[in-house]
Design a protein around this ligand. Structure first.
Ligand SMILES: Nc1ncnc2c1ncn2[C@@H]1O[C@H](COP(=O)(O)OP(=O)(O)O)[C@@H](O)[C@H]1O
Ligand SMILES: CC(C)(COP(=O)(O)O)[C@@H](O)C(=O)NCCC(=O)O
Length: 328
C-alpha cells in the first residue's frame, strides 16, 4: 500500500513542530480550555446530529467541542466589537451587520457534516441565542448532465466540478448582509443537484459553510483581475484531518453500510450496488475511493490544510486525538 501523504515521521514531526505556525494540543489539554462552558446538548440530541458510522458522543462533545465553542464565541464577540467600533469610526450608521462565517474543510468521508451540525447546534445555544445557518458546498456542484457533457463524472468533488462563480456570488451576498440568499441543494440519493430547489439563508449571525473545497485557491487571471477565493469570506476556518488510510476505511465501511440502507431505495443512484455481491461491492467502493476521492484528497484537499485556523486530527476510532491552533 502507498505511504500516506499526510503521515509525518516522528523526528521530522518534532522538528517541524518547533517552527510550525500552529500550537498542538492533545485532546485532554484542549479539553481544559472549556473552563465553565456549559454542556447544552443531550446524548439523544448528539445521536440525532451525527452521521452514519460516526461514533461521536457526549464525552467527545465535552472533550473537544466545548473548548471550540468557547474559542469561537471569543472570535464572534471580538468581530462584533470591531464592527461596532469601525461603524462609529467611519460614521457609517446605515452599514448592516454581516454574518460571521466559519468554513469547515476536509476529505470526503472524514466527518465534516457531523462536526458542522454539532457546531451549528452548540453555537445556536449560546446565551445570546444567535441565528446559525449551515450550508454545504455540494449544492454548488454542476448538475450531472453538465458534468457528463464535459466528461467530468469521474471528477465529482474536484475543483472543476463546482460552479465556483455561483458559490462566490452566494458568499458575497451573505457577507454583504443581503436578506433571503438562496443556495442550491444536492441529493446523495440521486447523486445530483436537485432542480429548482434551494435553501434560503436570511441574515444569520453565524454561517457554517462546509465542504471539501472551501479552502482551495486557484490560479489568478493573467490580466490582473481581482477575483476572491472562497476563504476570503471566512472569519474562521477548520480542517478535519485523519490519516488517509483511516479515511479510506471509513469511506469503504460507509459505502457497505449504505448498501444495506440508502442504496436499497430504487431511486438511489447507487441502487445497482445493493444488487451485486459483497466482494464486487467492496471493489467498487475501493475503486471510487482510490480513483476519485483519494486523488482529490492528495491533489486538492490536503494541500489546503495549512490554510486553516484550526486543525482537528482524528484517530482511527473517529475521535479527535489532537488539535492544532494557528498561533500567527
Ligand atoms: N452515497 C451516499 N448516499 C447517502 N448518503 C451519503 C452518501 N455519501 C455520503 N453521504 C452522506 O453525506 C454526508 C456528507 O458526506 P461527505 O461529503 O463524504 O462528507 P463527510 O463524511 O466529511 O461529512 C454524510 O452525512 C454522509 O453520511
Ligand atoms: C458530493 C461530494 C463531492 C462532497 O461534496 P461537498 O459537500 O464536500 O462539496 C462527495 O460526497 C462525492 O459524492 N464524491 C464523488 C465520488 C463518490 O461517489 O464518492
Amino acid at each position: 500500500m502507498d505511504q500516506p501523504t499526510n503521515a509525518i515521521p516522528t523526528d521530522d514531526r518534532a522538528r517541524s513542530r518547533a517552527t510550525s505556525p500552529y500550537r498542538f494540543f492533545s485532546a485532554d489539554e484542549w479539553a481544559a480550555f472549556r473552563a465553565d462552558t456549559p454542556l447544552t446538548l443531550t446524548g439523544n440530541e448528539i445521536d440525532r446530529l451525527r452521521s452514519l458510522n460516526d461514533p461521536v458522543d457526549i464525552a467527545e462533545v465535552r472533550r473537544i467541542y466545548l473548548s471550540l465553542s468557547r474559542l469561537l464565541s471569543a472570535h464572534v464577540e471580538a468581530s462584533q466589537l470591531l464592527f461596532e467600533q469601525r461603524k462609529r469610526f467611519l460614521d457609517l450608521a446605515d452599514v448592516t451587520k454581516t454574518p460571521f462565517v466559519i468554513g469547515i474543510a476536509g476529505s470526503v468521508a472524514v466527518g465534516k457534516s457531523t462536526t458542522a451540525r454539532l457546531l451549528a447546534e452548540l453555537l445556536s445555544r449560546w446565551p445570546s441565542s444567535p441565528k446559525v445557518d449551515l450550508v454545504t458546498t455540494d449544492g454548488f456542484l454542476l448538475p450531472n448532465a453538465v458534468l457528463r457533457d464535459h466528461g467530468l463524472m469521474e471528477r465529482k468533488g474536484f475543483p472543476e466540478s463546482y460552479d465556483i462563480a455561483a458559490l462566490l456570488k452566494f458568499l458575497s451576498a451573505i457577507k454583504a448582509g443581503e436578506p433571503d440568499v438562496r443556495a442550491p441543494v444536492y441529493s446523495h440519493l440521486t447523486y445530483d443537484v436537485v432542480p429548482d430547489t434551494f435553501v434560503t439563508v436570511d441574515r444569520p449571525d453565524i454561517l457554517v459553510f462546509e465542504g471539501i473545497n472551501v479552502l482551495q485557491t486557484r490560479d489568478l487571471p493573467a490580466d490582473g483581475t481581482i477575483v476572491p477565493f472562497v476563504s476570503d469570506f471566512f472569519d474562521f476556518s477548520i480542517y478535519i484531518d485523519a490519516d488517509e488510510r483511516v479515511i479510506r476505511t471509513w469511506y469503504v465501511d460507509r459505502f457497505m453500510r449504505l448498501r444495506e440502507t440508502a442504496f436499497k431505495d430504487p431511486h438511489s443512484f447507487f441502487h445497482r450496488y445493493s444488487q451485486v455481491g459483497e466482494d464486487e461491492a467492496l471493489s467498487i467502493a475501493e475503486g471510487l475511493w482510490s480513483d476519485i476521492n483519494l486523488r482529490n484528497l492528495r491533489e486538492n484537499i490536503l494541500p489546503t490544510r495549512p490554510r486553516a485556523d484550526l486543525i482537528l486530527r482524528k484517530g482511527g476510532d473517529h475521535l479527535i486525538e489532537e488539535v492544532a491552533l494557528r498561533k500567527l
